[in-house]
Structures are given as structure tokens and as C-alpha cells.
Design a protein around this ligand. Sequence first.
Ligand code: MN
Ligand code: MN
Length: 474
Amino acid sequence: MEKDLSKKLFNVKTTGWESVTDQERARIFEVSKNYIDFLNKSKTEREFIKSAKELADNHGFKDINDCESLKVGDKVYFVNRGKSMYLAVIGENSVENGVHIIGSHVDSPRLDLKPNPLCEDTGLAYFKTHYYGGIKKYQWTTIPLAIHGVIVKTNGEKIEVNIGEKEDDPIFTITDLLPHLAQAQMEKKLKDGIDGEDLMLLIGSMPYVENGASDGDDNKAVAEKVKLNILNLLNKAYGITEADFMSAELELVPAFKARSMGFDESMVAAYGQDDKVCAYTSLAAMMELENVKNTAVCILSDKEEIGSMGNTGMESHTFDYFMSELLNKLGINRSNLLDKVFCYSKMLSSDVDAGFDPIYASVSDRTNAGYIGKGISLNKYTGARGKSSASDANAEYVAWIRNILESNSIKYQIAELGKVDVGGGGTIAYILANKGVDVIDCGVPLLSMHSPYEVTSKFDIYSAYKTYKAFWNA
Ligand code: MN
Ligand code: MN
């Protein structure tokens, strides 16, 4: 029969929802509900790491700095400057023979405040911004924005800022030109429609007034009274002066919440799902590990969106330091052992994939695209236009991963990010691959990547969670 033969030979990708039992559907929705709740308190890299540390503490993980020695079954973590984190569960096999690593990133595209952010123009006060990561600038105007981050004073005191999230908090926004007067703007290319310098956050319009009323000539002596009023409010709330912005990291993120989406509630809409969807699902999977054969390592990295540089990015040697500490505290370290560990290790670079969007079908090769709802998406390689700068997983390793997925009945797909000559993307995969680790990209397909409101399928979120658990238990 032709039908039987095609069923046997074709690799047909179907939606995951069709084969889901009622019990599984309930579990899928439960995992997504926990994910949504986690996202709503973890919009920035600092907040994500704080929530991750809390979760780990509640699941018996210990700070590696507090451990004299390590043994099989121990669960440890290292928090790097509050922005990135590495966790490990020690397995039965010697770390010398390699570990199983899952690595994601917890930073997301956003707007950062400039070091001298505060200014006043024509009676309006603004924060100047410098965008972080690859954004379509027009998407960040006329939406409610919240301010998250820290201000550190010269005495070391750290003030945590989070304003715009609670129902009775004020929010902030960046204005755009009315269409009536936007003729010239509308003629511009979309990428030039909003200038980077024009991403100015509107933060106030009320001048400082002594004793609640104008006192005539005296009061006119001070210029920038709206700015003064803002600084006065900030001084009362946080005890800061304008100079303290120099040692602050304040990030503007969309003020809306992560939500269940669609009449069928099959999707999640949220800011920062690149890459917090993979970070959360891997973290959640790690919390449930017991008696693993191979040591399980989880990386939550920072600065991926701007090239993974700096001491909290994946290019930093702090991860090597963490791995060396595992070897030291297991009492097995010797010179160059870490190189051997990396050469025998396996990794999933867990980062989001571009989901096929039928509205923008022309940028993807339908045969090699990742689809929402069809399960976890593998990318054998990233890079674009001749696989430039790609980390290309070896066929032997891809087969090993396929075997894990298939023997655990996990639905998966393999894809490329866009058409050959259209574009591409990168992840932290190459950084670990360069150390000798076998790495493949493996994450959740996403619609509207890098926008203020990204969309994922709950089926794929669950599929990622199951994949990460199976990989660590392999
Ligand atoms: Mn990413
Ligand atoms: Mn990204």
C-alpha cells in the first residue's frame, strides 16, 4: 500500500496537540501557568537570577562557595554578580568523563538608561535611553513601559527600582508623531522611522513649586523646574541625586504582563521569552533531577543579546571557574583536566528559534522552518549566508540527541532560522563548542522575536521542559 509506505518513509511534521491526552493537556497548561507566574516577577536578568536562586534554595541547592567538598547527589550553584548563574547536580559518573550542559540566556532586548539620562525640554522631563540588543525601534513607542534595575551609591548601598508593574504604579511611555503631521516620517524606511536618540522616555510635566504655590521672581531663578521636581521626588523616594545615575543600571521593559493567549489558550504572550522560555524550562527541569548518571549543569547567561561579552556574558571565564571549582571540591582536579572535561561533554544550547509566521512566509523555507506547536526545535547550525560563523553540530551528536527524543516520545523538529540568503541568528552554542563540547541548538519556536510581546505555544514550552529533563537523565 502506498499509504503505508509513505507513512513509513516520510518525515511528516504534524501539530503536537492532536496526540495529546486530556491528562497531558492539563500538565501542559500547568507548566505554562508556572512559567507565566515566574516571568511576571522576572523581567530582567537580575530579577530572573534572583527568582532562580530562590527556587534553587527551595529545592536543596547550596551556594558552591559554602561547600567544603562535593559528592554524588550534591546540588550546587554559583551566582555571578547577580546577573548570570550556573547550577549543577553531581552525577554518579566521574565529571572527568564529561557533563551534560544546558545553556540559555536570561537577558532580553530592552531600552537602557544613558549614564546621564535626565533632561528637560519645553516643560517635559525625559530619560534618555540607549537600546540593548536588536530591536525594531518603532515597536517601543506608545506602549506602557516600566523601569526596573538598580542604583548603587558610592557607599555601596544598592537601591532596587521596580516601578510600573503594580496596578496603582504610574507607567511611562515614549511618544510618537501623530499621523496628521507624519508625512515626512512615513516616507522614511521603517528602520529609520524612529531615531535611536528619539527613544526618550516621558517621565514628568509638573514644575517644582515652593510651598505648593509660585513665589514670584525667586522661583524663576531656577531653570529646568520639571527636572528639579522629578529629582526631588526621586530624592524623597530613593535618597538619590542626579549624580547617582552614573552608577545605575536602569532598564525599560514593557509594563504589560505575561498572559495566556488565544480563545483556546494554546499560546503564551509575554515580553522576554527570548530566552527566558528556555531558561525557565531548563531551570524547572533541573529542580526535579534526582540520581543522575552524568553530572547535570545548567547555565543561565547574560549579555547574549549584545554578543556575550563581559564578565557576566558566556565569553567570560567565570563558567570555567565554576567547572574548576566542581573538580576541586570533588577532589579530582589536576592540570588541564578541565580541557578533557569539555571535550567529553555534551550540551544543548537552549535558545529560541524563529517560528514560521504565515503572514511573513517569504523569509522562511517551509521545508526547513520551525513551527509553533510542533515541538522543540533543533538547529543543527545557526549562522547565515554560507553558514558564516556557524557552530555546526556533528551528525553523530545529532543522532544521539534524536535517539533521546525518540526514546522518550518527545515531539521535535529540526529547522534553519530563515532562508539561506535572508538572514540568521546566533546563540551561545559556538562558545562552548570552541572549548570542545558537542553542542546543538535546541529551543522553543517563537513569533514576533525581540518585540515587546513575543508569542510561544504551550505545547512547545512543555516539549522543551521534557527535552531538557530527558537530556539530563540520559
Ligand atoms: Mn536568544
Ligand atoms: Mn535574541
